[in-house]
Design a binder for this molecule. Structure first.
Ligand code: GLU
Length: 448
């Protein structure tokens, strides 16, 4: 079974990815990875008015940033001939039928039904048209749109997250699969692709549950066995409303990348939000996949809180070994060696903060001297080099004996003088990196 797992992320390139819609990519990727299966990226670009190359490229950039590389790629605009062939089959089997109502006519019907307190379901009037009436409509310039004739029965499936679901087809209008200009809506291409690429599981948001009832019927009408389905609850914004591309631009992947978040922090949080598993930073997608279980997702709404991302991001940075960040430190001109990284990483919220501490070590630092006499005394008592992590303790112990200062009144003036700041990494780790020269100068009030 496991070598037959093929899943897909199928975004429409009509907008950017954000923390909500990228979950489909992440969950499908992790699901495939855990099963040793394949992950497909499919661009659902049949909506030629709204799809753009720019959005398609942005999606690929965002996925690459997260490390969600695909094994299979397709774009629907390349496969129109396959959809047309499938549509022909559905026409000849009577599953797809032409309708000639205009948008206004349909709207009027709907209003009438609602006024009569009836569900606004398409009345299938077009099924009653004779060949002659159809010809007359076409002669008058009308082009048909095509609807799929739903089976009146319930369509039931066992969802891997939601459990048993039954969609009552009588409450749905026969869906339009082809518009009057001949373009396909997303439904049929999606089913044809899922069949042709042997998709084993469709993992997507709960907003698609009703579509699933329709798609299962279409797959069966095409003689295929539908895939398994898992519909996860949607992610809401911090205020508990659905995420919107416009209002929540700060939660787009592009914005998070610019903000300097670690891609694995984003992955680590999103992969566990909404599950019964604890959110813990993971350094690799492989580790994240190992603990990923689709059945651990619940049905309740989930909130995205940026504070959670901050927490995971910091925790992840604190875990990173020097070897993992050497290249990035060098690129940021902050590679001061493993002792430096280990000293400062517990104080990082974002990787870029490392520059602040590199500057504290290398200077120039403008020292803050509160008590010149004490600082001068401290400078005079600095032990000779070489220095290690024990130096700070020996030095401050001696200073304590000499001056009677202790606790904050001993340590804070030293920190302010040595770093120019009132907070930061442990001084026992920083002091040997700052070195005697700079330490002495700073304690004497010199900017170095
Ligand atoms: N293009 C669809 C969407 O973005 C795909 C949904 C799906 O079948 O996964 O909503």
């Amino acid at each position: 079974m496991s070598d037959r797992v093929i899943v897909r992320f199928a975004p429409s390139p009509t907008g950017r990815l954000h923390v909500g819609n990228v979950r489909a990519a992440l969950f499908n990727y992790l699901f495939a990875k855990k099963a040793g299966g394949k992950f497909m990226l499919r661009l659902d670009d049949t909506d030629t008015e709204r799809s753009t190359e720019e959005f398609a490229r942005a999606i690929e950039t965002d996925l690459a940033w997260l490390g969600l590389h695909h094994d299979i790629f397709a774009r629907q605009s390349d496969r129109i001939a396959d959809y047309e062939a499938a549509a022909e089959r559905l026409k000849s089997s009577g599953h797809l039928y032409p309708c000639y109502e205009t948008a206004e006519e349909l709207d009027r019907k709907r209003k009438r039904q609602l006024a009569q307190k009836k569900p606004p379901v398409y009345d299938r009037a077009a099924l009653a048209l004779s060949e002659e009436e159809k010809r007359a409509l076409e002669a008058s310039g009308r082009r048909p749109h095509w609807r799929f004739r739903l089976d009146g029965e319930q369509t039931a499936f066992d969802d891997l997250i939601q459990g048993h679901i039954a969609i009552d087809a009588r409450s749905l209008s026969d869906p339009v699969l082809i518009r009057e200009d001949g373009r396909f809506l997303y439904t049929l291409p999606s089913v044809v692709d899922d069949i042709d690429f042997a998709i084993s599981h469709v993992i997507r948001g709960a907003d698609h549950i009703t579509n699933t009832g329709v798609q299962i019927q279409i797959a069966r009408a095409l003689g295929a066995v539908p895939p398994a389905y898992a519909h996860y609850s949607l992610l809401q914004g911090p205020e508990g409303r659905p995420l919107s591309k416009r209002e929540d631009a700060a939660f787009s992947l592009g914005a998070l990348r610019e903000e300097g978040y670690e891609p694995m922090a984003v992955n680590s949080l999103l992969a566990r939000l909404g599950t019964s598993d604890a959110v813990e930073p993971r350094l690799t997608l492989g580790e994240l996949a190992a603990g990923f279980d689709i059945s651990h997702f619940g049905r309740a709404d989930i909130r995205f809180d940026p504070a959670d991302l901050d927490k995971v991001n910091a925790a992840l940075l604190h875990m990173l070994p020097y070897e993992a960040v050497m290249g990035r430190l060098a690129a940021a001109k902050c590679d001061l060696g493993p002792a430096f990284w280990d000293a400062v990483k517990p104080n990082l919220a974002r990787f870029a903060d490392v520059a602040v501490w590199a500057r504290v070590v290398e200077g120039p630092v403008e020292p803050v001297i509160e008590d010149g006499e004490f600082a001068a005394e401290a400078a005079a008592m600095l032990p000779p080099e070489s220095w290690g992590t024990e130096t700070w303790g020996l030095w401050t112990e001696a200073l304590k004996g000499r001056t009677g200062r202790k606790g904050r009144s001993l340590f804070m003036p030293l920190r302010l003088a040595l770093t120019g700041l009132d907070h930061g990494p442990e001084l026992k780790n920083l002091l040997p990196l700052i070195g005697r020269n700079r330490a002495e100068a700073r304690l004497r009030g010199l900017t170095l």
